[in-house]
Design a protein around this ligand. Structure first.
Ligand SMILES: *Cc1c(COP(=O)(O)O)cnc(C)c1O
Length: 405
């Protein structure tokens, strides 16, 4: 007979197999137990054939990876501790000193900061290209270019690029010596608005199906849907590329917590319904704001007249868009007056990120973010629609606009 504590640690009871319920069980582990030394010695962290260590996968993380592959139309997926970490993983896996990465000038700000900080310090160059000018991307590709980032639409400014044209530029620049990897930040589309791996090229260089090599997402946004989880994903269709990414994932120790994975697994089945609701609210309020005298321009890719609207129509054949848009106020309103508008909102809360139940608002200083190329004189405010009733949100906006006068 063992001591009680020993007995508790090594208790022999095994619950019957075959438990079935709507949600999967949650497996938590750093240590994974091997049956014998032969199994320990032949362990394989590269494939989903078994388990080696908590960092390399559990039934819980494998389940989320497979569901995200199904969502995005990919074959392999890696989970990271945030959306930004997914961007960092791709950069670290594919870039070496002397290489160059091309990033859209309207990319998610922290992705650019990563290039300016760590990548530059590691001897990796970067250039920003104008995503609305495929010719600008073509001109900036050089023998050093190993990776091209794509983002749809631009962060905060919401311009919608011609994604097939940008992908064709990258493909046309491939040589026998060097194949450029294309990585799409697909957080806005969430795997719902369009398929990152099957972007139909309309005419042009063969009307074959082209797609990005890598699709990353901030699962923090719509897949989580709660505003309470940070996670990212890196989905690929190419096994060799996946294994390069996986090696870096392993060596840098990028793990995710089982409870966070559980939260995302629980939220995924409702994502399409939530996405449609966020979209409907975003479009209704963007439309309404475009009729208000305080507003100079509404930047929502699904609204006619918005920058890149035709490219949205071409890419998002589902007719879907995220519940996210920006508004440029008339130049007569000072930054302080626009701040007062944001402070007067009661339901829209001031905060970064998006995709959760609560509507959010952030005023941005675009000239300092985008420099001289920024075309509007008024102050920009970005709205992210939650799941509150549209009539309540409209009344909130109306009251805040009224106090600007
Ligand atoms: C939020 C976001 C990220 C980063 O996600 P985090 O999980 O917050 O690090 C990356 N790209 C885009 C487009 C985002 O909106």
């Amino acid at each position: 007979m063992h001591d009680k504590t020993t007995e508790l640690i090594h208790h022999p009871y095994q619950a019957p197999a075959g438990f079935a319920a709507p949600q999967l069980g949650v497996y938590k582990a750093s240590t994974v137990i091997f049956a014998n030394t032969a199994e320990l010695r032949s362990r394989d962290w590269k494939h989903k054939t078994g388990y080696t260590y908590g960092l390399h996968g559990t039934p819980t993380t494998f389940a989320l990876e497979e569901r995200l592959c199904a969502l995005e139309g990919g074959l392999q997926c890696l989970l990271t501790c945030s959306g930004l970490a997914a961007v960092a993983l791709v950069n670290m896996a594919l870039l070496r000193a002397g290489d160059e990465v091309l990033i859209p000038s309207n990319a998610y700000g922290p992705s650019k900061a990563l290039a300016e900080g760590e990548l530059a310090a590691w001897g990796i160059g970067h250039q920003l290209y104008d995503p609305l000018q495929p010719a600008d991307l073509a001109a900036k590709i050089s023998a050093k270019t190993k990776l091209v980032w794509l983002e749809v639409p631009g962060s905060v400014s919401m311009e919608f690029p011609d994604l097939p044209a940008l992908l064709r530029v990258c493909r046309a620049a491939n040589t026998a010596q060097r194949s450029i990897v294309t990585a799409l930040d697909n957080t806005w589309g969430a795997g719902l608005a369009f398929n990152a791996f099957d972007v139909l090229a309309e005419g042009g260089l063969g009307s074959a199906v082209v797609g990005a090599d890598i699709s990353i997402q901030a699962l923090t946004k719509y897949p989580s849907g709660g505003g309470d989880v940070l996670m990212g994903s890196v989905v690929t269709r190419n096994e060799a590329l996946h294994l390069r990414l996986k090696a870096t994932h392993m060596r840098t120790g990028m793990g995710v917590g089982a409870k966070d994975v559980e939260a995302v697994l629980r939220s995924l089945p409702s994502m399409a319904l939530r996405y449609a609701a966020h979209d409907a609210a975003g479009r209704a309020l963007a439309q309404w704001l475009s009729t208000q005298p305080e507003v100079a321009q509404v930047l929502h890719p699904a609204l006619p007249g918005a920058p890149g609207h035709a490219h949205w129509q071409q890419l998002c054949r589902s007719g879907q868009a995220a519940g996210l848009f920006s508004v440029v106020f008339q130049p007569r309103y000072s930054p302080a007056q626009v701040d007062a508008f944001c402070d007067a909102l009661r339901l829209f809360k001031l905060g970064f990120s998006w995709g959760g139940p609560m509507s959010l608002v952030v005023p941005y200083d675009m000239p300092s973010m985008r420099g001289k190329a920024w075309p509007y004189a008024g102050v920009l405010v970005r709205f992210s629609l939650g799941l509150e009733a549209v009539a309540d949100l409209q009344a909130d906006l109306q009251a805040a606009l009224a106090q600007m006068a």
